[in-house]
Design a protein around this ligand. Structure first.
Ligand code: HEC
Ligand code: HEC
Length: 265
C-alpha cells in the first residue's frame, strides 16, 4: 500500500511530538536549576504579606503579565481588575476561592467567554509555581475586589508537585536552534507573520519573543502542526496561521524549529 508522503510525515511528526512530551515529563528534577522558591509552609504570614507576595509572583515568576493586564485591556487574556469579585459569580455554587484555584490549576475547566483555551496550568512548567506561590497568588487575585480568605490547606496537596522548577524552560531538545531559526526565517516563512526576539517585525501574528516563558513545548508543537486544534489567540484572526506545516516541513526542520522557539524567553 502506498502511503501519501504528507500523511507519513505528519504521522512521524506526531510520533516525534509524543516522544518529546515523554522526554519532557521524564527529565529528572535534579537536572533543573534551583529556582527562587517561595516557601510559606509552616510560617506565620499575615494576609497583607500574602497578598504582597502574590503580587510579586504575578509580576515576576508567574509571567502572568505576558498575557494578562490589570485595569487595562490586553489582547490575549481577560483584564484581571475586579476578578476577586466576579470570581464568586462565574460558576453557580462555586466560591470565589474555589473558582480562582481552578482557574490556575485547570484553566480549561471554565473558559471566559471570547477567549480560547490557551492558558497553561501554572503549577507546571514553564511557569511551575509551587503550593506556597499558588496560595499567595490566589490571595492576590482575591484582593482584586474580593475578600482574602484562602488558606494553604485550600491548595490541593498535589498542586505544584510536577513543577520541578521549570524543567521545560531548561529542557534541551535534540533539535538545532540555529538551524531552526533559519527555518523560521526561510522555508517556514514564519517571519512573514511573527516577530521572534531579534528577528522579524510583522504584527500579523502574536510576537513570539517570550513564547517559551509562557507556553509548554506541547502547545508550541501542536500549534505548528495543527493551529486550529490549539485554539485561536484572542485578538487575532482565526484560520490565518497556515495549517500545512506538518506536511511541508521535514521532521528535522520541525524539530529544529521547535528547538529554536524554545529558546525564546
Ligand atoms: C498564555 C497566556 C496566559 C498566561 C501566561 C496566563 N493566563 Fe490566565 N488566562 C488566559 C486566558 C486566555 C484566559 C481566558 C480563558 C480561560 O478562562 O481559561 C485566562 C483566564 C484567567 C483567569 C480567569 C479570569 C476570569 O475573569 O474569570 C484567571 C484568574 C487567570 N487567568 C489568572 C492567571 C494568573 C494568575 C496567571 C499567572 C500565574 C495567568 N493567568 C497566566 C491566558 C493566560
Ligand atoms: C500567514 C501568517 C502566519 C504564518 C506564516 C505563521 N503564523 Fe503563527 N500565527 C499566526 C496568527 C494570526 C496567529 C494567532 C491566531 C492563532 O492563534 O491561530 C498565530 C499564532 C502562532 C502561535 C501561538 C502564539 C501564542 O501566543 O500562543 C505560534 C507558536 C505560532 N503561530 C508559530 C508559528 C510558526 C513556528 C510559524 C512558521 C512555521 C508560523 N507561526 C507561521 C499567523 C501566522
Amino acid at each position: 500500500m502506498r502511503v501519501p508522503v504528507g500523511l507519513k510525515l505528519s504521522v512521524f511528526s506526531l510520533a516525534v511530538m509524543g516522544a518529546y512530551t515523554y522526554f519532557a515529563n521524564s527529565i529528572p528534577q535534579i537536572e533543573s536549576k534551583p529556582p527562587e522558591e517561595l516557601s510559606l509552609e509552616g510560617g506565620n504570614v499575615t494576609p497583607v504579606q500574602l497578598v504582597k507576595a502574590g503580587e510579586q509572583i504575578f509580576h515576576t515568576k508567574g509571567t502572568c503579565e505576558v498575557c494578562h493586564k490589570i485595569g487595562e485591556k490586553g489582547t490575549r487574556a481577560p483584564d484581571l481588575a475586579g476578578v476577586g469579585a466576579r470570581a464568586a459569580k462565574r460558576k453557580p455554587g462555586v466560591t470565589a476561592k474555589q473558582y480562582l484555584i481552578e482557574a490556575l490549576l485547570d484553566p480549561g475547566a471554565y473558559l471566559v467567554e471570547g477567549y480560547p483555551n490557551i492558558m497553561p496550568r501554572v503549577d507546571k512548567p514553564p511557569i511551575g509555581l509551587n503550593r506556597s506561590e499558588l496560595w499567595a497568588i490566589v490571595a492576590f487575585l482575591e484582593s482584586l475586589g474580593g475578600a482574602v480568605d484562602v488558606t494553604l490547606d485550600d491548595i490541593p496537596k498535589t498542586a505544584g508537585a510536577a513543577a520541578a522548577g521549570g524543567a521545560a524552560a531548561e529542557l534541551k531538545l535534540p533539535g538545532d536552534p540555529r538551524a531552526g531559526e533559519a527555518v523560521f526565517a526561510g522555508k517556514g516563512a514564519c517571519i512573514a507573520c511573527h516577530k521572534a526576539g531579534k528577528i522579524g517585525a510583522s504584527p500579523v501574528g502574536p510576537d513570539l519573543s517570550q513564547i517559551a516563558k509562557i507556553q509548554t513545548p506541547e502547545y508550541i508543537m501542536g500549534k505548528i502542526l495543527n493551529p486550529a486544534a490549539m485554539g485561536t489567540v484572542a485578538g487575532y484572526p482565526k484560520g490565518v496561521m497556515p495549517p500545512m506545516f506538518g506536511q511541508t516541513l521535514t521532521a528535522k526542520e520541525y524539530v529544529d524549529l521547535v528547538a529554536f522557539l524554545l529558546t525564546l524567553k
